[in-house]
Write a protein that binds this ligand. Structure first.
Ligand SMILES: Nc1ncnc2c1ncn2[C@@H]1O[C@H](COP(=O)(O)OP(=O)(O)O)[C@@H](O)[C@H]1O
Ligand SMILES: O=P(O)(O)OC[C@H]1O[C@](O)(COP(=O)(O)O)[C@@H](O)[C@@H]1O
Length: 322
């Protein structure tokens, strides 16, 4: 199994409520609530650790409320290389309703200073030199105090290590990330629509956008679209997957589970269709509950068998001719 470094610049403690139906402006009494250390890179780290990889997690954590993170790192055997900064890590609220709708309220996060950024870069360099990870994942939004320019410089530093860099972010940070030509990127269709300059509601537009991403110099362009599945454009061809129908209770962290599943398959040199099938089935498994996917779920083999994967190479050729 591989060593992976996972970076979360703006982690969160996720507070999830399960409601029949959200009533705005009224007292809501959820049937269930849960509090968990999260943030995109933390979720990816946890999923990779579950899949047997050695993971070092880094980024910034508020020193006043890092208990839930320390608990997760200990439980999953993740090496804690987070830089502590004054204040509290944000709490993100997830309101999951019985029809599968989820409302996210994601806070801005702690304020990061120039000195904090330098400390983080030194910490990362030490860990990278010492452990030589086979991949670096950087996932999630930017905290206050990190501009897209600074983010771009951090990405350049990471890319200069020569270690494949996997990115998942949104908004202006996504545009900056794409410009740095990482090894892989995984936006969802709403996030990529901003960069593409058009809604990606149809498969044809998604295919064009994913191809453009790959042609811009990104080896693995991964475009996810919730229950409609994933498009993957790489030099190994174009693949599409459709997840099985599941009872979607909480879609939070589905994207993180998917990204970890893809990295797992590629690090283990699994065939492209097996890699995509596994990651898609694992992310479908994850939406049935809070948190990342469970490859030990009793029906996981059934989910794998029900996940459709097909080569799109012909469709892409037809699309470029029309
Ligand atoms: N309702 C759903 N049913 C089955 N699988 C889902 C569902 N929502 C998400 N997934 C799986 O999780 C993957 C990532 O979800 P998506 O919503 O696209 O990403 P993100 O969580 O980053 O917004 C999808 O490609 C799909 O495989
Ligand atoms: O950094 P952002 O973009 O605010 O996202 C943070 C949120 O993303 C999550 O990691 C979930 O991400 P995905 O649903 O995309 O997998 C939550 O745990 C967290 O609250």
């Amino acid at each position: 199994m591989a060593h992976v470094m996972s970076i979360t610049l703006n982690p969160a403690i996720d507070l999830a409520f399960y409601l029949d139906q959200l009533m705005l402006g009224a007292v809501n009494r959820p049937a269930e609530s849960q509090l968990e250390a999260a943030g995109k890179g933390v979720n990816v780290a946890r999923m990779l650790a579950v899949l047997g990889h050695q993971v070092t997690a880094s980024g910034f954590l508020g020193e006043d409320n890092d208990g839930p993170f320390r608990h997760v790192f200990k439980t999953y055997g993740i090496k804690d290389a987070f830089v502590r900064v004054p204040g509290q890590t944000r709490i993100n609220t997830k309101l999951a309703e019985s029809d599968g709708r989820v409302t996210d309220i994601n806070g801005p996060g702690v304020s990061i200073s120039e000195a904090d950024i330098q400390t983080l870069l030194q910490t990362l360099q030490q860990h990278i030199q010492h452990q030589r990870p086979e991949a670096i994942v950087l996932a999630g939004s930017l905290p206050q105090g990190i501009s897209t320019d600074t983010f771009g410089q951090c990405l350049q530093t990471l890319k200069a290590t020569g270690i494949p860099l996997w990115l998942d972010t949104s908004g202006p940070a996504l545009t900056t990330a794409i410009a740095q030509q990482p090894a892989a990127i995984k936006p969802n269709e709403h996030e990529l629509a901003e960069w593409a300059g058009m809604p990606l509601s149809h498969q044809r537009y998604r295919l064009e956008a994913a191809q453009r991403l790959h042609q811009s110099g990104i080896e693995h362009a991964l475009l996810s679209a919730g229950a409609e599945g994933v498009l993957w454009v790489s030099s190994a061809g174009i693949w599409q997957s459709t997840p099985p129908q599941v009872d979607a209770r909480n879609t939070v962290s589905a994207g993180d589970t998917f990204m970890a599943g893809m990295l797992h398959g590629l690090l283990n040199q699994h065939a492209p269709d097996d890699t995509l099938r596994f990651a898609t089935a694992l992310s479908a498994e994850s939406v049935r509950h809070l948190g990342v996917g469970d490859p030990q779920a009793s029906d996981f083999t059934t989910l794998l068998n029900l996940t459709q994967v097909e080569s799109m190479d012909n469709a892409a050729t037809e699309s470029s001719l029309s």
